[in-house]
Design a binder for this molecule. Structure first.
Ligand code: CP3
Length: 348
């Protein structure tokens, strides 16, 4: 029965004995088996678009650690790719895309419902995983939130302060809004197709939400999340949605109520005791161990994992990192984190 799955129980609001566990970027470069499969694929994008190999790397951390969830192996930048932007990855540096600075750049993009042919291999990965995952493991699909994807599409790369996207928002608001709307519509299409292929939960990554302040946060982070979630709930009732408005700070308070998210993911700048009192009161939270503990390990990792488990123990909680695991992490520290969370010694 689907509801035996611990992650689905937590997302439905149940307080569990020990939290179910998964980890952002759990399939990634810190694992030697990932590096081998990526080499076989040739490069990162070829790996994303190869259903067999993408399913294989998704399964690697499940086999090694028995996480409670598997997250589809793909990337938030596949939406711009499917909309017709150019996309490539520079090894050691990150993504590069064509930029959007004027109307003519936007006019080259495809309509939102034209993405499916390009993304068919991703739906193939989801279907394979739905078939092959252990019956207790939950399959999570995902997409980037419109603001975060827009920051890459406008700038053509990752930026420390999202400057080019803020500039377009200030200087050509109609064009900025058109970009946001196109991404929003494509996101609904993409997440729906993932659910139809077998995703049981979807997550919306707004990694740069923290650079939107005041009314901008509400208009370009909260409202798009609310509309996307409402549309997902209309099309796929009962499928939980996790929202990750990273570095939202005080704006985490009330976010799940305002958007209809079943869970909010907390970054590691948020104090766990504060979040238990101010965010978890509204429902499930996910998070929020610092990724650096996966590099350093030891007693600090044990203590911090225990403190987070204790802080969130009176309500629904999914244990996770506050952001993705880094390539320099030690795979043994991941096992230590899982053992610490599950053995319950932190209850004291
Ligand atoms: O979590 C998972 O294991 C699922 C797969 C996943 C990836 N990217 C794989 C990936 C997910 C959910 C993402 C989301 C993603 N991608 C986000 C939002 C989450 C976050 O980290 O804030 C963002 C902003 C991106 C865009 C992106 N993809 C960047 C900026 C980079 C380069 C930085 C880096 O870590 O190298 C990527 C590449 C990427 N996406 C890798 C992986 C495993 C590393 C690529 C490689 O193997 O060389």
């Amino acid at each position: 029965m689907a509801n035996d799955k611990l992650i689905l129980r937590a997302l439905a609001g149940e307080t569990l004995d020990t939290p179910p566990i998964w980890m952002m970027r759990q399939a990634g470069r810190y694992l030697p088996e990932y590096r081998a499969t990526r080499a076989e694929a040739g490069d990162f994008l070829s790996l994303c678009y190869n259903s067999d190999l993408a399913a294989e790397v998704t399964l690697q951390p499940i086999r090694r650690y028995g996480f409670d969830a598997a997250i589809l192996f793909a990337d938030i930048l596949l939406i711009p790719d499917a909309l017709g932007a150019d996309l490539w990855f520079v090894t050691g540096e990150g993504p590069r895309l064509s930029t959007i600075t004027e109307q003519a750049d936007f006019d080259k993009l495809k309509p939102a419902d034209a993405i499916h042919d390009h993304l068919a291999p991703i739906y193939g990965t989801v279907a394979k995983l739905a078939d092959e995952l252990p019956k207790e493991t939950t399959l999570i699909g995902f997409a980037g939130a419109p603001w975060t994807v827009a920051t890459y599409m406008i700038a053509g790369r990752g930026t420390p302060d999202q400057g080019p996207a803020h500039a377009l928002k200030a200087e050509n608001r109609p064009l900025f809004k058109a970009v946001m709307e196109r991404i929003e519509a494509a996101t609904v299409e993409y997440l729906s197709a993932q659910i139809e292929a077998g995703a049981e939960v979807v997550k919306l990554f707004d990694s740069w939400a923290g650079s939107l302040k005041g009314a901008d946060f509400d208009e370009f982070a909260l409202e798009p999340a609310k509309r996307i979630i409402a549309e997902m709930k209309a099309r796929h009732p009962g499928v939980p949605v996790i929202a990750f408005p990273r570095e939202a700070g005080e704006k985490y308070v009330g976010f799940s109520k305002a958007t209809g998210a079943d869970c909010v993911a907390l970054d590691n700048s948020v104090d766990a005791e504060w979040a238990a009192a101010n965010v978890q009161v509204d429902g499930c939270v996910q998070g929020n161990l610092k990724s650096s503990h996966m590099v350093t390990g030891g007693q600090d990792l044990i203590d911090e994992t225990g403190a987070i488990c204790r802080a969130f123990s009176k309500g629904p909680h999914i244990f996770n990192l506050g952001h993705g695991i880094t390539p320099d992490a030690d795979p043994e520290n991941v096992q230590l984190m899982i053992d610490t969370g599950r053995n319950g010694a932190w209850k004291g």
